[in-house]
Ligand binder design. Structure first.
Ligand code: MN
Length: 432
């Protein structure tokens, strides 16, 4: 049984979190031999959190990184040696595994580690005296001073170095609940690899910290492929569909399963969010079929559910401009020009004038911070199917095919997709 983490990209959006959740449910049914854990490697925006909370699920937990830790290699002892036991009682434990240290308890509480050095020291001392070793000491009487315990969350590398430089054979490991296990030098002979499945992304720089130390065992995604090299053949399902949740739904079908109503609602949420209620040009017929089937399993009206969901998305006036811009911000490089394109979803653009100036100056800050030549923000009204483009001052601005409606502001009727509609125009303008 091993733990396999399923994670979406940094800056987790609904498709990323919902597909990780839905895929974990499926994989735990398909493969009970392993434990699939959906996680997220970034913090949720308040809108995404609000929507996930309304689904009544255990929201995938934040996982800071996937680096191997002490807890991945620590040992537990199935037999308990008591500090008041005689050394002969402990002897039996050495015959089978020959460990270099053994945990010792005082009744039920962890007492310390008995190291093989402690036994050797005592024995040699007795032999040096010419003793026939007739009186056997209690375990506690021969235990040497204990080393400083380490934390279960300590990095593998750091703990290995610590133990290598220490005179101790082993160290006790503690976590938030107290004593958790122990490690000896032998635990650090081979660095373990955590297993990860990537959903809604496949590039390691968009992934969880420490991904280079992990073993990627699967990829389910709908973005351009720029995946990592793997040591083993792995499962990959990459399709040009509107959402990763659609692909996950298809994997249920492929395995002759139907998602339960709660999971169906979760998948529907990610699907509707990424495809802007199927109105985005990235939405395909496959997405539409999946959305309707998922809605009927979940017992909701697809359109109504979608509008209700987007009504929970906070207006830009209520948000912190910098986090609103950065929460979905992608960088591109074309002809030596670095460009950043952010996208925000709103349910109406009538209040644009209230926040336009604040956002424009913040966009300029984001541009400088990221060392970009040009930064733009696409504000998409998902209900009325149009967008407004906000641009920092740059010479390519005049080559954009959109009508200017204010300083650095352009009207984009019918434009919903950054990838399919806006990006080609931006790249074209830069090339002029
Ligand atoms: Mn997606």
């Amino acid at each position: 049984m091993s733990d396999i983490y399923i994670t979406g990209h940094k800056n987790p959006d609904l498709d990323s979190v919902c597909s990780a959740y839905g895929y974990a449910v499926l994989m735990n049914l398909q493969d009970p031999e392993n434990n699939y854990i959906p996680v997220r490697c970034g913090h949720l925006s308040s809108s995404v959190r609000k929507i996930l909370e309304s689904l009544d699920i255990d929201i995938p937990e934040y996982k800071r990184d996937i680096y191997p830790k002490v807890r991945d290699v620590m040992m537990h002892s199935d037999r308990k040696i008591d500090a008041n036991d005689l050394l002969t009682d402990a002897a039996a434990h050495y015959s089978d595994k020959t460990p270099s240290a053994l945990p010792v308890y005082d009744k039920d509480t962890f007492y310390g580690l008995l190291a093989v050095d402690d036994i050797a020291r005592w024995t040699m001392h007795e032999l040096a005296k010419g003793s026939m070793i007739t009186s056997i000491p209690k375990v506690r009487d021969i235990m040497s001073e204990q080393g400083t315990p380490i934390d279960a969350g300590e990095l593998f590398e750091d703990a290995r170095n610590l133990l290598q430089q220490s005179k101790k054979r082993g160290l006790a490991v503690y976590d938030e609940n107290g004593y958790a296990g122990y490690v000896t030098r032998r635990c650090f002979l081979k660095c373990p690899k955590n297993k990860v499945i990537l959903v809604d992304h496949n590039e390691s720089r968009q992934s969880i910290r420490g991904i280079e130390t992990a073993e990627i065992v699967g990829i389910v995604d709908h973005h351009r492929l720029d995946a990592v090299r793997t040591a083993q053949p792995i499962f990959i399902d990459a399709e040009p569909l509107g959402s990763t949740c659609t692909i996950v739904y298809q994997l249920y079908l492929r395995n002759n399963r139907t998602p339960d109503p709660v999971t169906a609602k979760v998948l529907l949420t990610g699907l509707i969010s990424d495809t802007l209620i199927l109105k985005s040009p990235t939405a395909t017929g496959v997405d539409a079929v999946a959305a309707h089937v998922l809605a009927s399993i979940a017992g909701v009206d697809m359109e109504k559910f979608g509008l209700e969901m987007f009504s929970k998305v906070e207006g830009l006036g209520e948000l912190d401009p910098e986090s609103a811009i950065s929460s979905d911000f992608k960088s591109y490089k074309e002809k030596g020009v670095s460009i950043g394109i952010g996208q925000c979803e709103v349910t109406q653009l009538n209040d644009l004038n209230d926040y336009a100036d604040t956002y424009a100056s913040c966009l300029e800050t984001v541009r400088t911070k990221n060392g970009l030549d040009w930064a733009v923000l696409m504000i998409t009204d998902v209900i009325h199917e149009c967008s407004v483009l906000m641009c920092t001052d740059y010479k390519a601005v005049r080559y954009l095919p959109y009508k200017q409606i204010g300083k650095g502001l352009f009207d984009m009727p019918g434009v919903m997709s950054r990838k399919k509609q806006l990006l080609p125009e931006i790249l074209h303008a830069v090339g002029e």
